[in-house]
Write a protein that binds this ligand. Structure first.
Ligand code: SF4
Length: 481
């Protein structure tokens, strides 16, 4: 697709040329890596149809919020910005505000017949679009302003399918470390989670399409690829994947599709790919062949993030998580058997509906037993549309949620420090990511440990050997060797 300068016709409140002659967009991203990856596709589409990026929202003609709805707090953060947008709109009558991501139910504009509830209820918001309907964005912009003269590329996007969404080349914000989505949506329907409702049912991307995108990245110097999916290890195994026959059913004893994808990607090591990471797997789908592949493949790193959510089998059942505490322990044992020094992290929710002291004690004791390197611990908040919202009561008082959260965080801190201490005196390989405020550099080691050291800016994007001198609660400190 070509990119051309956009021509805007001047009219009161309509999009028009700004002082530089180009329309400008500004994207604000909230939430997980998936959203950051989606924002790269939003940026790419807007640039294809003629918009230019700006870091300064005051000069933007279109501001897009890519939202997270995993917890009420995340939504509140977005709603909290609305008065600010109203002020910006008073100063700039051209400004349009769009919302995408997990808060959006329908793609619509202020003038659509069927509007999303956000467009309906908040006058500051002009457009909502479901991220897997990103191709509709040019039409929605035109719906809002029929005089908007987008360039020809805009006509190439139609109200297409998810496959088209994946075909939009992202504008990678970092070409040394890139995110590549391999599936979209989720079939698991955990009782607390809004994702199956906001992103829809799980659909996997064709393997060749993923490999092509990765090939292109590697040809451009990419050293680390992170594969993204709500449950990466169920890649190719969703209801939709079976129904559309795009992936054949697995025969007994066959490796899962995700393992095969990792094996294919591993061949790219000969062309410069150093690391392949992925997030997040589901304990139910974590097979032996996947763990063995992580141990065996050169581009796989000794780090696995495996969400548990609760250490109580009874609570896991309430959460509609189809595995037991024992199954999870079995997976950890398998990981440690094949990758003895593997760093392991997890997600935990405290205070889910009906969580008793005993259930929480099970989570505490599991933490003591496994001693995860890191855990992302959340206090439960009820989300509309979920099974918990329909059938359960958010009955754990917030004081108890906070208390449980603090207790777990105390253990997390100890375990995180222990996880760092085992590297003191050793050499780790770090992919340098950024300059810190104090001028030192920071990157991640093979075990995904944040590592800080003195160096020069030109090291960013390079793999460097660091002798670890000190372990902190949350990061390692060392020196280049
Ligand atoms: S596996 Fe559960 S928590 Fe994860 S995205 Fe799917 S429904 Fe949500």
């Amino acid at each position: 697709m070509q990119s051309a300068m956009i021509t805007m016709k001047a009219s009161g409140g309509k999009a028009t040329r700004n002082s530089t002659g180009r329309l400008k967009y500004h994207v604000k991203t909230f939430g997980c890596q998936f959203n950051y990856s989606d924002s790269e596709r939003v940026a790419s589409l807007l640039e294809e149809i003629g918009y230019a990026p700006t870091e300064n929202e005051v000069e933007a003609d279109f501001i897009i919020l890519n939202t997270c709805a995993i917890r009420q707090k995340a939504e509140d953060r977005v709603y909290g910005l609305f008065p600010h947008f109203q002020e910006l709109k008073q100063k700039n009558s051209r400004l349009k505000i769009g919302i995408t991501g997990c808060m959006v139910r329908k793609s619509s504009s202020k003038v659509s017949r069927k509007k999303d509830r956000i467009v309906k209820n908040y006058e500051e918001i002009d457009i909502t679009f479901r991220i897997n309907e990103l191709q509709k964005l040019p039409d929605l912009l035109r719906e809002l302003d029929p005089e908007l003269d987008l360039n020809e590329a805009a006509d190439e996007f139609d109200a297409g399918t998810l496959q088209n969404y994946f075909k939009i080349n992202p504008k990678y914000s970092n070409t040394v470390q890139a995110f590549v989505p391999i599936a979209y949506g989720c079939d698991k329907f955990c009782a607390f989670c809004i994702v199956p409702f906001s992103r829809g049912r799980e659909k996997s991307r064709l393997m060749q399409e993923i490999l092509d995108e990765c090939e292109q990245l590697v040809a451009r110097g990419c050293k680390e690829i992170t594969l993204l999916g709500q449950t990466v290890d169920s890649y190719g195994l969703s209801f939709d994947d079976r129904a559309t026959k795009r992936f054949a059913p697995l025969k007994k004893g066959e490796k899962i599709y995700f393992t095969r994808l990792l094996e294919e990607l591993d061949r790219m090591k000969f062309r410069g790919l150093k690391r392949v990471r992925w997030t997040s797997p589901h304990p139910k789908d974590m097979t032996d062949d996947l763990i063995e592949a992580v141990a065996r493949l050169e581009t796989q790193m000794p780090y696995i993030h495996l969400p548990i959510q609760s250490g109580s089998t009874a609570m896991l059942k309430r959460m509609n998580r189809p595995y037991t505490r024992e199954r999870y322990l079995d997976r950890i044992a398998k990981i440690r058997e094949h990758i003895p020094d593997c760093a392991i992290s997890t997600d935990i929710i405290v205070g889910f509906c009906g969580e008793t002291e005993e259930m929480f004690e099970d989570t505490l004791s599991l933490y003591e037993e496994i001693r995860w390197d890191m855990a992302f611990i959340a206090q439960y908040s009820m989300r509309k549309f979920t099974a918990a919202h329909r059938t359960m009561k958010d009955d754990v008082p917030s004081k108890i949620k906070q208390k449980r959260w603090h207790e777990l965080n105390e253990i997390l801190k100890q375990c995180s420090r222990e996880g760092h201490e085992r590297f003191v005196g050793k050499t780790v390989e770090v992919l340098v990511e950024r300059v810190l405020e104090d001028g030192r550099l920071e990157g991640r080691s093979e075990h995904y440990k944040r590592t800080q050291f003195k160096g020069t800016e030109k090291m960013i994007g390079e793999l460097v050997q660091i002798k670890v001198e000190e372990a902190g609660d949350w990061y390692l400190t060392g020196a280049v060797i």
